[in-house]
Ligand binder design. Structure first.
Ligand code: NAD
Ligand code: GLY
Length: 376
């Protein structure tokens, strides 16, 4: 698979590059895309000295005007306060319509900076440079941007497709292993919803490395930059997972149909996250347990064979993910929270359920009793 994928929708066409070391090519790529104005790099605070300052220096060395602004790490930054600081920085610094914002960080930074770019001067270009696995395979691709509202996550936002997504997998070397494992939940999710070959490749890698041998081995330990064969293999896996998102958003940019399948595992996952408060469980960790619950519902509804649940569980466990509901959560509260899910339509919860590895259906007729039985 080529390192460059392409999103093509009715409103935009843009390249998505997934490669180790891709950051070095950014100055040349920006020029190639006709982005000749000033560059406004919004950078996650945890990676400002590792990647933000070197990137600004490299762009300046290439003759570009590059400004750098650091946003504190964490979900709390995805709100009006940090959004306003971005406006102050750009408007105070003389931003022009021909300029571009570069979002360097995970999904929090990408969503926040993407929304700032969508709204400042009624819209300037955004280039997404994701540095977490979740942002690479999910949030940086597809144009969803936004901030949180006290009444809920991602309730204020806009579709603002990027001019370019550049995922340098070498940046994953510094990502905390827990964040990396949470991102693997999304990679596995993409295998289940649309790419059986990706799922099989993840199984093969886990078997070769002994991550799936629960008596003898340890699960996926995280990125190891010293293991060139492994990083190359993982980069190819990540590219394949990104390709699933590219195909889905190309066919359904505004979530009128297939894009909802990306929410596999999210009905229970979001409910658990909302009840626990964002933080104790990472998003991917919540999605993993939601995928397990959804697969069990699918088996009970006769949509797929029980072996799917076992295979998915083995893979999630191999990549260090638990499917157990956190203790102390009230199943009735989980059930009630699923009814407030953003994807509820006409009062009916739309569940994404697997029919086989690589294929899912959307159903709004899952009996409450069945949901109760998988979360008790
Ligand atoms: P995040 O942005 O909070 O990043 C996770 C942590 O990793 C942070 O502490 C960050 O400082 C750190 N970090 C980032 N890159 C690093 C690196 N290379 N090395 C070391 N540390 C690094 O979390 P996330 O999981 O990337 O994103 C979650 C957000 O994404 C949520 O707000 C969610 O709503 C959003 N999201 C958006 C979409 C979309 O389509 N727009 C899709 C899925 C999720
Ligand atoms: N993360 C779901 C979507 O982009 O639609």
């Amino acid at each position: 698979m080529s390192a460059t994928l392409t999103v093509t929708t009715s409103t935009a066409t843009y390249p998505v590059i997934v490669a180790a070391g891709a950051l070095a090519s950014l100055p040349e790529r920006l020029a190639g895309l006709g982005l000749h104005g000033a560059l406004w790099i919004a950078c996650d605070g945890a990676i400002a000295s590792t990647y933000g300052e070197p990137l600004a220096a490299a762009l300046r060395a290439a003759g570009r005007t590059a400004h750098l602004h650091v946003v504190p790490s964490g979900e709390a930054s995805k709100g009006p306060e940090q959004l306003w600081r971005l406006y102050d920085w750009m408007i105070g610094g003389g931003v022009e319509r021909r300029d571009a914002v570069l979002a360097l960080g995970g999904g929090v930074l990408g969503d926040l900076a993407g929304y700032a770019a969508a709204s400042v001067l009624r819209g300037v270009a955004i280039v997404q440079v994701p540095t977490t696995l979740l942002a690479m395979v999910d949030s940086a691709v597809g144009g969803k941007t936004g901030i949180n509202h006290p009444l809920g996550k991602n309730l204020v936002g806009a579709f603002h497709p990027p001019h370019l997504v550049l995922a340098d997998t070498a940046t994953l070397a510094t990502l905390p292993p827990r964040e990396l494992r949470a991102g693997m939940a999304e990679v596995i999710k993409h295998g289940v919803i649309r790419d059986a070959g990706l799922f099989v490749e993840l199984e093969a890698l886990a078997a070769e490395r002994g991550w799936d041998d629960h008596r003898e081995g340890q699960p996926f330990p995280g990125w190891n930059a010293a293991d060139a064969a492994l990083t190359e293999r993982l980069t190819a896996i990540i590219r394949r997972a990104v390709a699933v998102k590219v195909v889905v958003v190309s066919s359904d940019e505004f979530e009128r149909g297939e894009r909802i399948t990306l929410n596999y595992g999210h009905t229970i996952g979001h409910a658990v996250e909302a009840l626990m408060g964002y933080g104790p469980l990472l998003h991917g960790e919540a999605v993993a347990l939601g995928m397990h619950a959804a697969a069990r519902i699918a088996v009970a509804m006769g949509l797929c064979d029980a072996s799917l649940v076992a295979r998915q569980l083995r893979l999630l466990t191999a990549y260090g993910l638990s499917v157990a509901l956190p203790p102390g959560l009230d199943p009735e509260a989980i059930l009630a929270t699923t009814l407030r899910d953003k994807k509820v339509q006409a009062g009916r919860v739309r569940w994404v359920l697997p029919t086989a590895i690589g294929s899912v259906v959307v159903r709004d007729d899952v009996p409450e009793e069945l949901v109760r039985s998988v979360i008790m």
